[in-house]
Design a protein around this ligand. Structure first.
Ligand code: CA
Length: 230
């Protein structure tokens, strides 16, 4: 699956150079010239990583990084700060804002790609080719198959993505809109009730094996995958 990178940079020439380089390396690119545009893109569809220029008109990249870290929807998006400033103090300030890495302009395309790949690897320990298992409930992310013990679970593609997401992010509550973002990719035409429908289908598939208890409703908040039964 192609990873989506949001490039927030007010200098058009740099933005275009970055988009060109990333596209050639198989990344999907979204562009924003300031924080307002960036926030619109993020709300529409959560990117896999944000390349964030420090000096932007209006809100600075540094302040936006802090804001992204405060909100549950965006807390886990990896951020690489782009800046002309390379002093030690700036570097520390940048990383303290919540950025995962820091790239000083001018940078080479090679360095940019290497840093992006490194940050993506660190931030997503669950690779595409992994098998994740919990008490005998298993998802094979490469084969797109889920198992209860040795039995294949009969799941549609959306149910499979939903179960995979929840199984790989256990013990955390996700709201319906967060699940829409992570599982449906923030498709604006999907209603929040859709999440309930698919949750029901996943539970139904898990029920013969007693795993449906792991998909828990958290009143007023959303859903959680947990092996702790209340
Ligand atoms: Ca700038």
């Amino acid at each position: 699956m192609n990873r989506k990178i949001l490039i927030v940079e007010d200098e058009k020439a740099i933005r275009e150079m970055v988009v060109f380089a990333l596209s050639r390396h198989g990344f999907l690119c979204e562009e924003a010239a300031d924080v307002r545009e960036a926030q619109e893109r993020v709300i529409t569809s959560v990117p896999d990583l944000i390349l964030l220029d420090w000096m932007l008109p209006g809100m600075s990249g540094l302040d936006y990084a802090r804001r992204l870290r405060k909100e549950s929807l965006t807390r886990e998006i990896p951020i690489i700060l782009l800046t002309a400033r390379g002093q030690e103090d700036d570097r520390i300030l940048g990383l303290n804002s919540g950025a995962d890495d820091y790239l000083v302009k001018p940078f080479s395309t090679r360095e940019l790609i290497a840093r992006i790949n490194a940050v993506l690897r660190r931030s997503s320990p669950v690779g595409e080719d992994e098998v994740v298992s919990c008490n005998g409930l298993t998802v094979d992310l490469a084969a797109h198959r889920a198992f209860a013990g040795e039995d294949i679970l009969n799941l549609g593609p959306t149910e499979f993505r939903l179960l995979s997401f929840m199984l790989t992010h256990p013990e955390r509550v996700y709201s319906r809109s967060q699940l829409l973002d992570h599982v449906w990719g923030g498709d604006a035409y999907v209603d929040e009730r859709t999440v309930d429908v698919h949750i029901r289908r996943v539970r139904k598939a898990l029920e013969p094996f007693e795993y449906h208890k792991y998909i828990q409703t958290v009143r007023g908040a959303g859903y959680r995958f947990s092996t702790t039964i209340n």
